[in-house]
Design a protein around this ligand. Structure first.
Ligand code: MSP
Length: 632
């Protein structure tokens, strides 16, 4: 077990508010940080925001504020979300911080001085969404494969980093360090990229078209390409090149990202580090995508899942547990509130919650409300063996990032403990005072098992772990020490047992109905707009002519509408409306939204709807309205 641990999340773009995908990565990083702290490692955990570049400049312009004002606002949303999710980051970095700007300029100058940056001409298709150039063969029907927008053709002089020079070195390095990029599928993906010749990386943008960035130290007419700037955050956060923190933590650096940003982290970053004379990071841990309704989350589809809503509705620990248990690290997962409630009821309310309340109730009854004395040696206890097995499995799972398996191992232990109660029948033993010794030993074993369970779940569910430990009479000081699961007599005889509230109340779906609470707080309203800005949104009366389910989707409907011309739109309302009941309805539609592809269907517009306790309701008219009429 390394005694130092450095973990980072991606620094998130400040062009959109945080959603469940950002929350997932940051919670995984938090689980890792908490685990390593508990295992005795000195840990440094960094998250933050990525604030320069075209994307942010554009979003700010749309909102009618300066890029810095815009970045301040969204960065603050991320920063204030994390404590709500019990994230224990040690540092929050912003790429607009002055020390970061200094570090980026320092690295650029260093790499420039060593001759690894040159001036040249770039010709190609530029996608603002991706902030990168494409060559023609990469485009699909002339459009960016990710954004379905037509990139601009640009020719301009720029600075280039000689990334191609490091191609063979990188291939060799990855092959020599098989878990440098993990899980393996992503290592293979990077090696597959590297089968084609690597281009040099364009690392500048002329100020004539973008000012929102870090000025190159060797040419003040250019700003730094946002990825060259952003990746360096991982060493700025360690005060590179000053102080000891970098020397101490960098050799243990682990990055955590989703598959969308594999290339910059798997290729640009190690080659940048090499060129700057810095050793590569230790591991790149790559996870899959959370989808909603089988498609990527997007505002226009109305399927963005907001972490705060779920936390408010079901509790933080349940939310953290579900995310970590349901996603196989490395693979995609589909978020469904139904699956969430099912797991909450079965794993948390039934298996864990009931276990805790049964043990505490019985121990209070049979042991006079206190942790009993016991002379039993731990090795004689079946539960001790099960705890050790769970512990070593959990350790192995954390070493190879199979976190859902760590939870499976803990739940096996919980189930063994539940079975132990059923087999020992303490309630029968309790009827005969002659069984007192045996009963006390059984209760002691159960209390020790609860302690081990609390410690093992604590990185995932810190609040529940704290509640369990308080119930078995432990104070803050001996709480979170992983190795203490192996210790004899881990509990202090005589400590008071405290009955607490139910840890995870069952969710009764009938009572709850199917509400999906999507409260939009006023803080999310963003910048005020004037009438002119509003008038740019072309709202029309649309008459639904045809409606059908999009194959393989459980929520999407394809609608043919009349807005003075015929249009096809895709709407995420299939759970609330049947195709038949929609035909003939007149609804409100945004007619000038950029087209998007949703599950293979091009949607050219969006209908308007809102949430109610009984599901979605679409906006209609209470007097006869003409299809195609403009709405003001
Ligand atoms: N700013 C860059 C990262 C620079 S790091 C030096 C960026 N930002 S981002 O806001 O787009 O965040 C991308 C990351 O957010 C993903 O890699 C992942 O960690 C998280 N997620 C965003 N959406 C996600 C899902 N739908 N599912 C899982 N995680 C996703 O890229």
């Amino acid at each position: 077990m390394p005694k130092l641990f450095y973990i980072t999340t991606p620094i998130y773009y400040v062009n959109a508010s945080p959603h469940i995908g950002h929350a997932y990565t940051t919670i995984v990083a938090d689980v890792l940080a908490r685990y390593h702290r508990m295992a005795g490692a000195e840990t440094f955990f960094v998250t933050g925001t990525d604030e320069h570049g075209d994307k942010i400049a554009e979003a700010a312009q749309k909102a009618g504020v300066t890029p810095k004002e815009y970045a301040d606002k969204i960065s603050a949303q991320f920063r204030s979300l994390w404590p709500e999710l019990s994230i224990t980051n040690d540092y929050f970095i912003r790429t607009t911080d002055s020390d970061h700007i200094d570090t980026v300029r320092y690295i650029l100058q260093k790499v420039y001085n060593s001759g690894e940056i040159y001036f040249g001409q770039y010709k190609g298709y530029y996608c603002v969404g991706c902030e990168r150039f494409y060559v023609e063969k990469e485009l699909v029907d002339g459009k960016c494969p990710d954004h379905q927008t037509t990139p601009e053709y640009r020719e301009e002089n720029n600075y280039f980093f000689r990334m191609s020079k490091y191609q063979d070195w990188l291939i060799g390095y990855i092959k020599k360090h098989p878990d440098f990029i993990r899980p393996e599928r992503y290592k293979n993906e990077v090696l597959a990229f590297l089968r084609d010749p690597l281009d040099d990386l364009c690392i500048s943008r002329p100020k004539t078209r973008l000012q929102w960035g870090i000025t190159l130290p060797f040419d003040e007419n250019y700003v730094t390409y946002v990825w060259f700037d952003a990746l360096i955050n991982y060493i700025t956060a360690l005060n590179y090149p000053r102080g000891d923190k970098f020397k101490k933590f960098w050799p243990t650096a682990q990055h955590l990202i989703a598959k969308d940003i594999l290339k910059p982290h798997g290729i640009y970053w190690p080659t940048m580090l090499k060129a700057a004379g810095i050793e590569p990071y230790q591991h790149l841990n790559v996870h899959g995508y959370w989808n909603s309704d089988q498609s990527k989350m997007s505002k226009s589809l109305g399927n963005v899942v907001r972490p705060i809503d779920l936390k408010d509705k079901y509790g933080l620990d349940a939310f953290r547990y579900f995310l970590l248990r349901d996603m196989v690290f490395g693979l995609d997962s589909n978020f469904s509130e139904e699956a969430f409630v099912k797991r909450l009821n079965s794993d948390l309310a039934n298996d864990l919650g009931n276990l805790v309340s049964r043990v505490i109730t019985m121990a209070i009854k049979y042991c006079d409300g206190k942790v009993p004395e016991t002379s039993r040696k731990k090795k004689d206890s079946l539960l001790y063996g099960a705890a050790l097995k769970a512990l070593s499995e959990v350790e192995a799972c954390f070493n190879d990032m199979s976190l859902h398996k760590a939870l499976i191992a803990i739940w096996e232990f919980i189930n063994v403990t539940n079975k132990y109660i059923v087999e020992k029948e303490p309630w029968t033993l309790g009827k005969n005072p002659g069984n007192k010794g045996n009963l006390t030993a059984i209760m002691y074993d159960l209390l020790v098992a609860l302690r081990a369970i609390a410690i093992l779940i604590s990185p995932f569910m810190p609040q529940a772990a704290g509640k369990i430990l308080r119930q078995i009479g432990m104070d803050e000081s001996h709480r979170l020490d992983l190795a203490s699961i192996r210790k004899e007599n881990a509990l202090t005889a005589g400590s008071a047992l405290i009955r607490g509230e139910s840890l995870f109340p069952r969710i009764d779906k009938e009572k709850e109905g199917h509400k999906t609470t999507k409260r939009e707080s006023l803080a999310d309203l963003g910048q005020e707009i004037d009438y002119e800005q509003f008038a740019r949104i072309d709202l029309r009366v649309a008459k639904i002519l045809e409606a059908e389910i999009v194959p393989k989707s459980n929520k999407l409907l394809k609608l043919k509408v009349d807005i003075g011309e015929e249009r096809t739109i895709v709407a995420g309302i299939g759970k609330d409306y049947s195709p038949e009941e929609l035909i003939g309805k007149k609804i409100v539609m945004i007619a000038n939204l950029k087209p998007v592809q949703l599950m293979g269907v091009e949607s050219r517009g969006m209908l308007l709807a809102t949430d109610t306790d009984k599901g979605l309701t679409i906006l209609t008219f209470d007097r006869e309205a003409q299809a195609g009429a403009k709405i003001r």
